[in-house]
Design a binder for this molecule. Structure first.
Ligand code: ZN
Length: 415
């Protein structure tokens, strides 16, 4: 196993304090720090030290895919680490987005290649032919928009706002309380000419202000959604994402809560810090709330208007370990709460199975042992454990330690 140093990405929406505090650096930082990448993605691979030299995890794996990933994973994923683990720290909302399915990604990637759009072009939608399901587990309170709200509730919300300009839209949706109605409404708003968009947004935001003034102190979902629309309106002018936010589930997550964003789920992260894990892909279709490339027609092609539940992931809890296992073959995540009292070895496959794994300590101090090799992880530190390493033993070095392990799902009959 190796100590693993992640790569910090400085996007404008990032936090000036969260990642620095997590990794023990002075805060606030001069640049916003949005993401810490712990993986083997070519754009920013994490690094390890090998005999005094710095080696990227990408190169380490490329040199010996079977030894590093384990033979099964190397075979199944073409010698590449199939997931990317991140810590994401948002101080401001980031873009309204969705990710394609594998079939959509394959088709879109080929189509853009045929059209001769260079891979690095800012207006390129599909940078690879893979899907990008993602899951987030909150480290702090985390605010997000995730998936369309049930249309009946959205009609109620739009009517409650008492904005005359919204009445025809609410009636239209009220007549079609299903995926078709949602698609029609979302499409209408996302494709409004700028002048009409600005007029409607101004009316809606004025309505939100009146709505909030009449409900001072309230904290129900509609109140929070109205407040969010106002916040987004202040940050993004002439952006259809502001009114589109009214159609989405407004989610507040406590530490340990998790969301899974499957293909076609429209989402936007608003504020807070999460551990995020995703399939190794860069395919993002954006609809707004960003200065990056937005492609509404392409977004509309991939969106799923049929699922209206908040996509919570219910962790399976077993002896101090929470297993977050969404329905994908590329990753799962375990959060282990360790103390000095007893169990020195988490029992799940995420820590002991035959696949490689990335460990990340987010609280306290932990010790990793692989036969006679010992590695101490302090808060904010990570480790790469190759699939060929002997069984891993993890224990707390402080009264309480929290360690995440990212790995491949292991079929339950083999554990
Ligand atoms: Zn996303």
């Amino acid at each position: 196993m190796y100590p693993l140093r992640g790569a910090v990405r400085n996007y404008s929406w990032g936090s000036h304090t969260a990642l620095a505090e997590l990794t023990g650096r002075p805060a606030p930082t001069e640049e916003p720090e949005a993401e810490l990448w712990l993986g083997a993605h070519p754009a920013a691979p994490a690094v390890v030290d090998e005999d005094g030299t710095t080696v990227s995890l990408l190169d380490l794996i490329a040199r010996d895919p079977e030894g590093q990933l384990g033979s099964e994973c190397a075979r199944e994923f073409d010698g590449r680490l199939p997931f990317l683990l991140k810590v994401l720290a948002a101080e401001q909302p980031l873009s309204l987005q969705a990710h394609p399915s594998r079939a959509q990604a394959r088709e879109g990637f080929a189509r853009e290649n045929d059209a001769g759009i260079p891979l690095g072009a800012p207006h390129r939608n599909y940078r690879d032919d893979n899907h990008k399901p993602e899951m987030v587990v909150a480290l702090s309170r985390f605010e997000a928009l995730a998936g369309f709200r049930a249309p009946t509730e959205t009609v109620e919300f739009l009517r409650d706002l008492s904005v005359p300009e919204l009445t025809p839209y609410a009636s239209e949706l009220g007549d079609h309380l299903d995926a078709t109605g949602l698609r029609a409404l979302f499409t209408a708003w996302m494709t409004l000419p700028t002048k009409s968009l600005v007029a409607l947004t101004d009316a809606v935001l004025a309505g939100c202000e009146r709505y909030l003034a009449a409900r001072a102190g309230s904290d129900d979902e509609f109140t929070v959604a109205a407040r969010t629309a106002l916040d987004l309106g202040r940050a993004y002018a002439e952006d259809p994402g502001v009114i589109a936010s009214l159609l989405l589930n407004r989610v507040s997550m406590e530490p340990g809560d998790a969301l899974f964003l499957p293909a076609g789920n429209l989402h936007a992260y608003l504020r807070g810090t999460v551990v995020e894990i995703m399939a190794n892909s860069d395919n993002v279709l954006r609809g707004g709330l960003t200065s990056k490339h937005v492609d509404v027609p392409e977004l509309l092609r991939v969106l799923d208007f049929g699922s209206v539940d908040v996509p919570w992931v219910r962790a399976r809890i077993d002896r101090g370990e929470c297993l977050y296992a969404p329905p994908v073959c590329e990753f799962e995540l375990v959060r282990a709460e360790l103390d000095l009292s007893g169990t020195s070895r988490p029992t799940s496959a995420a820590f002991g199975g035959p696949a490689s794994r990335i460990l990340l300590c987010v609280e306290g101090s932990a010790q990793l042992r692989c036969s006679d090799q010992i590695l101490n992880l302090e808060r904010g530190e990570a480790a790469w454990v190759p699939g060929s390493d002997p069984e891993l033993v993890v224990q707390a070095r402080s009264p309480h330690a929290t360690v995440f392990a990212a790995t491949l799902p292991v079929p339950s009959e083999s554990t």
